[in-house]
Design a protein around this ligand. Structure first.
Ligand code: NAI
Ligand code: AKG
Length: 630
């Protein structure tokens, strides 16, 4: 069926990432003091010609005069261009080689540099149509063969007419002159190639915009390296995620959309419909109800530690792994906690307020050192444990309580119950996670168990403390200081007002959920999370996923990877292997891990296999999701 298809491919900014004459100018004018100025002129002329705003022959003449190149510069140019092959062309070299008889390069560039480049990718020299330089005796490039039809306006159309190729002809290019061949009725479809440059007037005219060769091959069912083109992976980043995440994900080829704050359920249900990956922080609630609308969701990324805002089980049941950044902002939270404890024990928040009101109140009343004080940490996880180490080095006597057995670091003392910790310590710092059972974990009864004159810090989750009870205990004077960073209800954006019954209370620090908001932490998170997502998409690896069985997988080499996600019911692995055996498929490697909800099986198979197995694996009872990596 595909044998009658013909692919006409442009060279500059399509086969390669750059315009070759611009690159040639950089080489030939290297020692010219006016190099920058001339290069800019050349680039401008190129852009005008590509956009169809300047007569082509004139533009060529002008550029060659400005470039002032010699034959000797061409070898260097070829070296440069070899490094600048478009990424998706490089990736799909097999397509180019396997379809060499159907591929033509039609370019207004020059054969002298095009042929050495494209023939390395299997393109036939006889299928390269381009211009030729003319030289003087010293080898200087002084012009071009003006009899070549490609020097004329609309030259590509004229050439194709002359070639009279038969079949379904597809043109792939980035310039207006590439579109012109479609306008002249000489090709069936024009694909605007936007991997390197996006020209609005060209994209508007195209039958399809193809951000990479993968997309073109996918549309024509000829993909050989990626089962799904990356440009089709649409990412939505909410809540002011650090910009470097967008940069990384776009570099990977994904389409990335951003939104400043969180979205409410209704808005999210609408927006999530065609999203492949969603990136959130602590405020976006990814509930079962919202997930029902997420028909294309592949993965969820929490650009933070806590994942209580996400229905992890609902994601798992849909075959959607959730990734977070478990360590990137740990240190930031710990530093804030220590700073706040010191300020509260010295009664500094009130002193600051009074100073702003012009009141000088130099006094040591209710001001204490931290040395020797008993600090009680509730939740001895990553943050709790790191806080214990730093606090101990500052002179605290540290205690902790956790629902699970934890290794005590340094000289900390483990408490066997929450009550024991509350009765023992005068400073209480909360670092437990936000699981629903922790709602009102610190309530009237727990405040009753605390010592008179205690200080409490909550940098964990808002619903963990009953704020009414906290307020009562502050007003009664039992709690002499509190620092609260998280609230049961938080504004979705910086434009919404903050309301709380804690406003205006004495010696109370209120911060807008900024425990993890340092530039260092946000940058670390924005590096860490996209990497996990890309690993999952490219290799199937689920390390650090908070709801999927964790599998770290080797890089795929000379094999196809079958990724099967199913409900964790007995016998599925056996059924997968029965099917593979039935189709006589050779297994190179197999990895299985399950959790309570799902099973995750990765099977690397020999490249040659009967493709009907794919359908059978998808239809296997209990299958949630199935995909293949080439
Ligand atoms: N304010 C902010 O900006 C930030 C807040 N956080 C919050 O801090 C929490 C803790 O972070 P990590 O230490 O990294 O998490 P983690 O998962 O390493 O530690 C949480 C610990 O709490 C324990 N725990 C859970 N429920 C408990 C209970 N009822 N009683 C005693 N212990 C209990 C767990 O067993 C675990 O050891 C996060 O889940 C997140 O909610 C995290 C980062 C920034
Ligand atoms: O900075 C954020 O948006 C959330 C910080 C946080 O609470 C977390 O990492 O769990």
């Amino acid at each position: 069926m595909k044998s009658n298809q013909i692919y006409i491919i442009d060279f500059d900014s399509t086969f390669t990432q750059v315009e070759a004459l611009d690159e040639l100018a950089k080489i030939s004018l290297k020692d010219d003091p006016k190099q920058l100025e001339i290069s800019k002129k050349i680039e401008k002329i190129t852009q005008l010609a590509m956009a169809g705003e300047l007569n082509f022959k004139q533009s060529l003449e002008q550029r060659i005069n400005l470039v002032k190149a010699n034959k000797i510069h061409l070898d260097k140019l070829i070296e440069v261009l070899k490094e600048k092959i478009s990424v998706s062309f490089k990736r799909n070299v097999n397509f180019l080689k396997d379809h060499a008889s159907q591929i033509y390069i039609v370019s207004n560039g020059f054969k002298a540099f095009i042929i050495p480049i494209v023939t390395e990718y299997g393109i036939l020299e006889s299928h390269v149509f381009a211009n030729t330089f003319t030289y003087n005796q010293q080898g200087d490039i002084v012009g071009f063969d003006e009899s070549n039809i490609l020097t004329e306006s609309n030259g590509k159309s004229k050439l194709l007419k002359k070639l009279n190729l038969k079949g379904d002809i597809y043109m792939i290019g980035d310039g207006y002159n590439d579109y012109e061949v479609k306008a002249a009725g000489l090709v069936n479809k024009f694909y605007a190639f936007t991997e390197n440059v996006k020209r609005k007037n060209v994209m508007e005219k195209a039958d399809h915009i193809t951000p990479s060769l993968d997309e073109f091959l996918y549309l024509h069912h000829m993909n050989t390296t990626l089962s799904y083109p990356k440009n089709r992976i649409k990412v939505l980043l909410l809540e002011n995620i650090h910009p470097s995440a967008k940069v990384t994900l776009e570099k990977e080829g994904y389409e990335v959309l951003e939104h400043n704050g969180a979205m409410d359920a209704e808005e999210l249900k609408e927006k999530i419909k065609d999203i492949s990956i969603i990136g959130i922080r602590s405020k976006t609630q990814l509930t079962e109800e919202v997930l029902q609308h997420a028909k294309r969701l592949i993965a969820v990324s929490a650009f933070c530690i806590g994942t209580n805002q996400i229905d992890l089980e609902a994601c798992a049941k849909r075959g959607i792994p959730v990734f977070n950044a478990p360590y990137s902002n740990t240190r930031s939270v710990v530093e804030l906690a220590i700073g706040e404890i010191i300020l509260l024990l010295r009664n500094v928040p009130d002193k600051i307020q009074q100073m702003h009101l012009g009141k000088w109140n130099k006094s040591a009343t209710r001001s204490y050192e931290i040395r020797g004080k008993k600090l009680g940490i509730i939740g001895y996880g990553n943050i709790g444990a790191q806080l214990s180490v730093l606090a101990e080095s500052l002179g605290f006597d540290v205690y902790y309580y956790d629902v699970i057995e934890k290794l005590p670091l340094g000289n900390v003392t483990k408490c066997d119950s929450l009550k024991e910790l509350l009765q023992t310590c005068e400073v209480i710092s909360l670092h437990l996670d936000g699981r629903p059972e922790n709602k009102n974990y610190i309530d009237v009864e727990q405040f009753d168990q605390m010592q008179e004159g205690s200080v409490i810090i909550n940098l964990s989750r808002g619903h963990v403390v009953n704020l009414e009870a906290l307020r009562e205990n502050i007003l009664s004077g039992k709690i002499i200081g509190a620092a609260i960073d998280v609230y049961p209800e938080e504004p979705k954006t910086n434009n919404e007002a903050f309301e709380s019954i804690l406003k205006g209370l004495p010696n109370v620090i209120l911060t807008p959920h900024i425990g993890g908001s340092t530039l260092e932490a946000q940058e670390n998170i924005a590096q860490f999370v996209p990497q996990k997502l890309m690993d999952y998409i490219n290799t199937g690896s689920t390390t650090n996923s908070v709801n999927f069985p964790n599998l770290q997988l080797p890089i795929l080499k000379d094999a196809h990877r079958l990724i099967h996600i199913h409900y964790n019911t007995p016998g599925i692995l056996a059924k997968i292997n029965e099917l593979l055996a039935k189709h006589q498929i050779n297994i190179d490697g197999q990895y299985l891990k399950t959790n309570e909800t799902i099973g995750y099986v990765i099977t690397d198979v020999n490249k040659a296999y009967d493709e009907s197995i794919i359908k059978e694996l998808k239809n296997l009872e209990g299958t949630i999701k199935f995909r293949v990596l080439y």
